[in-house]
Write a protein that binds this ligand. Structure first.
Ligand SMILES: CC(C)(COP(=O)(O)OP(=O)(O)OC[C@H]1O[C@@H](n2cnc3c(N)ncnc32)[C@H](O)[C@@H]1OP(=O)(O)O)[C@@H](O)C(=O)NCCC(=O)NCCS
Length: 169
């Protein structure tokens, strides 16, 4: 049975695996291999994920994980960027477990936290232009495209474009 829960230190390696595999699968046709690996090593390393699992505040509500038989098969989290404004910062699934409703469950858990604890009314997410997995998912969840902006993370590769989506919650 799949369980959705707030992550703890026992989930760190599973989160790293899901986010790294998910990132590679999502962006292999969009970014260079070097760029992908540099993002993965900057963001999905043990030190950073361990700290992010321990931290829980308005800006970062901690990781939520989907766990099946002790294995992390999905991970995500968000936080507030302003009064009543939430953001989904990260959401990835094991690439072999997509389209089984697990992303929906994780998004629901993050949304519930943002609404019930922090009174969020408006929720935002950034999706890379050309992300054929993320865009249909968020559109199915009621997010509407607001505008396009230059990719927020780049190492001299500013051509990557980010789409900003929002919905009322
Ligand atoms: C995006 C992602 C988190 C979604 O999780 P998931 O478990 O596969 O999604 P679910 O099965 O819960 O839901 C799929 C929903 O999206 C819709 N959807 C998915 N692909 C679609 C497509 N190609 N066209 C139309 N709708 C699509 C489904 O209709 C469904 O909507 P419904 O619940 O209203 O029926 C997952 O696919 C993933 O990890 N993708 C790669 C990483 C990524 O892009 N992350 C987002 C950027 S942060």
């Amino acid at each position: 049975m799949i369980k959705i829960m707030q992550a703890n230190s026992t989930h760190v390696n599973g989160i790293i695996k899901v986010c790294s595999d998910g990132y590679r699968a999502t962006y292999k046709d969009l970014y260079t291999k070097e760029y992908i690996e540099s993002v993965i090593s900057d963001f999905y390393n043990v030190a950073r994920i361990s700290a992010e699992v321990e931290t829980r505040n308005r800006q970062w509500g901690g990781y939520f994980v989907a766990v099946d038989n002790e294995h992390v098969i999905g991970a995500g989290g968000g936080g507030l960027t302003g009064e009543g404004i939430g953001e989904i910062f990260v959401l990835y699934l094991d690439p072999t477990r997509k389209n089984q409703g697990i992303g929906t469950k994780l998004l629901h858990a993050i949304t519930k936290q943002q609404k019930e604890i922090y009174g969020v009314k408006e929720q935002w997410v950034s999706v890379q232009k050309g992300n054929r997995m993320g865009i249909p998912f968020y559109e199915a969840k009621g997010f509407v495209l607001q505008h396009e902006q230059k990719g927020w993370y780049n190492k001299g590769q500013g051509e990557y474009k980010t789409l900003r989506y929002a919905r009322d919650i």
